[in-house]
Design a protein around this ligand. Sequence first.
Ligand SMILES: Cc1cc2nc3c(=O)[nH]c(=O)nc-3n(C[C@H](O)[C@H](O)[C@H](O)COP(=O)(O)O)c2cc1C
Ligand code: SF4
Length: 553
Amino acid sequence: MRASLPGRIGPLEVRNRIVMAPMISNLAQETGATDEAHIAYLAARARGGAGLVITEYTYVDGLNSRGSRNELGAHREDFVPKLRRLTEAIHEAGSLVFLQLVHAGGKAGWNTNPQAPMAPSALDYGGHHPREMTAEDLDQVVESFRRAARVGALSNFDGLEIHAAHAYLLHEFLSPALNRREDRYGGSFENRLRLVQEVLQAVRREAGLPLGIRLSLYEDEADGYPPEYGVQVAERLEGLDYVHFSAGRFAPPGSSASFGYPALHILRRLPRRPALPTMVVGSVLDANGVEEVLEKVDFVSVGRAMLADPNFAWKVMHDPEGLRPCIRCNQACRDLRWGEVRCTVNPDTGHEAECPPRRPITGPIAIVGGGVKGLEAALQASLAGASVTLYEAREALGGQLLDLPEGAKRSEFLRLVRYYETVLRRREVSFRLKTRYDGDAVDCRPDRTYESLLARRPSEVDSPIYQHLDEALELAREQKVTITEGSLSALDPVRAHAFREEAVRRGISFHAGSPSPEAFSCGGQRQYDIRQAILAGRRALDEYLRGRDGLPS
Ligand SMILES: Cc1cc2nc3c(=O)[nH]c(=O)nc-3n(C[C@H](O)[C@H](O)[C@H](O)COP(=O)(O)O)c2cc1C
Ligand code: SF4
């Protein structure tokens, strides 16, 4: 298996070929300093077997480079002691760790930076127009990256990754559509690469660490650049130890494609093997996906699947059937405007520093309900030592997920049911299907019945809309649909703008104000239905045990 072979990045040996992709977690402090929750979250993925962990994008100055509210910062040397704690924790787990550095450019937060956003050209960024950068700004950016690289080196990071993808500042310079400058930094291919090259030189000279770059292989927009352009950029830049290909500018499917898009969608568009060590990311969900990527390039980079299962890397190599799967719902993990990282299928993500010890359970335990709620209760009971029997009235496990209409969402979401079935069978949980049970049991029947949005055909939707593909877009194929403005509130302004444009293109309109009583409405956290079901299963088990042991609930 290729995944378990050591790989090389510059002078470094990486213990295997599986890399944790950079993912903003909002787990750092408001100041940009790391803390226990953040360290525990990353260290869990290192303990889970990743050969290399790449931190989330980390801002480089205290002016206008920050993209998210509780983003990690590398702009202050007094952050070094706590950052060393982070690198120490990951090294102890046997992984290497690289620091990803970013200037968010035109996508920088308007409320989270002392200064207003700036970009190569004053174009439309989600309804905002960042100012055009001056020559002094360009020098300042190079200097900020240099200083942040020093913080990285002092903090014992093994390498640095410069973020030049996803329409952040350096990508903006590389992108013919976003860079309309007529000075030495725009106009020709060489000129568009100039700022990135200056940053790479400054960073390498300062830190002397292995150095990589994250690039969007292609942009999805009609005026976006094609994959061959992404490869050419990687090969033309000097001083790189690797390239890390992601994809996208503002609009879907970008890199975090949802269930409506095929797996490995970025690999499929890689035109050829680049002439430098290469990582590719993008909907790598299981061991087969890992191997397929590694047939073509040197490293596989995995994002959301490591949020769903922190032990992804180890399981790919030793227990591929036991992976808790990412279902590409783009819900809990992408609710980052105000939230910390979470995962719909794994309630422990983002809470690694808090996980309390499990209370042992002895003897038999019955669970009624074979939906996600009951399956999770069964798993927790079994892990705690109980001998579990699960009763389900229907002839198959899966509960309301079985009622989803046929299609990509159904098949992706049912992978979660298959996971539970596999691990529960291994743990010798016995299933009694087509059986009603009225005895003493943990009640995991549904709290409310699933009403398919598509079946109800409401004309108005008031429910958090996440990335790329929501049922509202499906509904709009056949009828008029209105979405409340509030539905976009969890998205950052650029994503909200891109989603709105996509929706309007499909004939959907938006309205401000309160939803009508007929609107399809989940509201707030309610849209994470699967996460709520998993948590409800854990709660139901806990309450049952308290009742059984005579403890107050
Ligand atoms: C919650 C979340 C946060 C992300 N933050 C970053 C980031 O800080 N830097 C970055 O380069 N990409 C970021 N990405 C993109 C991922 O690195 C990755 O390219 C993308 O999720 C596709 O990989 P996957 O299909 O394995 O999730 C983020 C993705 C997610 C889901
Ligand atoms: S929230 Fe959904 S898309 Fe995100 S990591 Fe979890 S399962 Fe995957």
